[in-house]
Design a protein. Structure first.
Length: 412
């Protein structure tokens, strides 16, 4: 079966799903009612991985609508990552100094129940703005913004585009001299590995240096089909990464994440991020405590080969972007030593260099108040810039009451 046939034959109704897994009529109706809020579309392949009778099956939880999705809790957002204000044109989210997201479609192979882009993905109205004109606007923006050296092609799922269309977009990106690397974020290897055709691989290889990040959440997803798709990509020399979302009742357990990550490494995929579930509406039942993520990190760092250890990150609302969080390894410090602990709890000290602070080599000016230094530190507005003698003394929140009083006094 070709991937396009597979797309057409996805399971989209409770009745159709009932032919594959045990569902009561009530359950089938409930699925349809939730799917009116955020559609259901399960590829036959992914469905084949599902336990037919276990409602707690991790494959089922990620793909079958749950009545709890209709519940919106306080503190949840329609746009949890605050992406809209950072979108200069509809196809672009430009948040960080050197890289940008390029959204080329709102369509996906499967609608993941935990999706944080629910407001766009699967919404027929929202898919209208990403037409050819929007892609052209996005390319124009990327051409004009010389600071963007890395473009993350995302969506939706970019690999759902026709291979020729994708080839065209990637070729346009490769023509932009300041774009040094391109990345693709896709769930195709996980939910529709048949999409990884020889033709597609050739197109991706041609766009080198291109990195591909996929989205495995559970060891059950690493099947002969998905791992042979990964092998095709790796054999073509495409560096592979994986972003996992920590999901309650799916993978919120140190041994599951550990097994997932070491198996990914064995298939030449580097675990990249482990994400705390975003504060998107309707996914409260998937959200773990942040301490769960920290517990998982504690159980992995040092215990497991480090290239199997992802970065645990949260993306708090308001558009601050990703924030990595770690257990504490630094216990204390003085001028002469730092005290650290290792994964076993052994506490040791490391002597500070007596040679004074580091200086860059001749010709480098990234420390200090040079133009280049400023650029690297994002025009003086970052914690990194504060580390410089000439950088800001403090970063003050907008609307800080004390600052407002001060400026009022000075204008009186
Ligand atoms: C995640 C993200 C990126 C990429 O960030 P990395 O940490 O480099 O993977 C870029 N732009 C936006 C808006 C993002 O959310
Ligand atoms: S593939 Fe990504 S964008 Fe698409 S539904 Fe799943 S999580 Fe959302």
């Amino acid at each position: 079966m070709t991937w396009k046939t597979e797309l057409r034959e996805r399971v989209t109704t409770g009745a159709a799903l009932g032919a594959h897994i045990s569902l009561s009529d009530d359950e089938a109706r409930q699925i349809d009612s939730v799917a009116r809020l955020f559609p259901m579309a399960i590829p036959q392949y992914y469905l084949s991985l599902m336990d037919k009778s276990d409602p707690f099956c991790p494959i089922r939880r990620q793909s079958v609508p749950d009545i709890r999705e209709t519940v919106v809790q306080p503190g949840e957002f329609e746009d949890p990552l605050g992406e809209e204000p950072d979108s200069p044109v509809p196809a672009i989210t430009h948040r960080y100094p050197d890289r940008a997201l390029f959204l080329v479609t709102h369509r996906c192979f499967m609608f993941c129940r935990h999706c944080n882009r629910r407001r766009k993905v699967g919404d027929a109205r929202a898919s209208l703005p990403l037409n050819d004109a929007a892609i052209d606007d996005g390319l124009r923006y990327l051409r004009a913004e010389k600071s963007i050296e890395d473009v993350l092609v995302s969506g939706g799922d970019p690999l759902i585009l026709d291979t020729e269309r994708l080839d065209w977009i990637l070729s346009r990106l490769r023509e932009i001299p300041h774009v040094r690397t391109v990345r693709i974020g896709t769930r195709a290897p996980v939910v529709m590995p048949s999409r990884i055709t020889d033709h597609l691989v050739a197109v991706l290889k041609k766009a080198s240096p291109l990195w591909l990040n996929t989205h495995f959440n559970h060891p059950k997803e690493l099947t002969p089909e998905s791992t042979s798709a990964l092998a095709k990509l790796a054999d073509a020399g495409i560096p592979l990464g994986n972003q996992t979302v920590l999901l309650r009742g799916v993978n919120d357990c140190p041994s599951i994440i550990r097994e997932l990550c070491v198996t990914l490494v064995a298939h030449r995929v580097r675990p990249y991020y482990l994400f705390q579930c975003d504060l998107a509406q309707g996914i409260a039942h998937f959200r773990t405590r942040i301490s769960t993520g920290l517990e998982i990190m504690e159980s992995m760092i040092g215990h497991v080969r480090s290239y199997a250890v992802p970065t645990f990150a949260i993306d708090p609302p308001g558009g601050a972007g990703k924030v990595p969080i770690l257990p504490n390894y630094l216990i204390s410090q003085s001028d002469s030593a730092v005290v650290v602990r290792n994964y076993e709890g052994v506490i040791t000290k490391y002597f500070e260099s007596s040679a004074g602070p580091s200086e860059c080599g001749s010709g480098c000016s990234c420390r200090g108040n040079s133009e280049q230094g400023q650029r690297h530190r994002d025009a003086g507005q970052s914690v990194a810039a504060m580390l410089d003698r000439s950088g800001p003394v403090s970063l003050v929140p907008q609307g800080n009451a004390r600052e407002l009083r001060r400026s009022k006094r000075s204008s009186d």
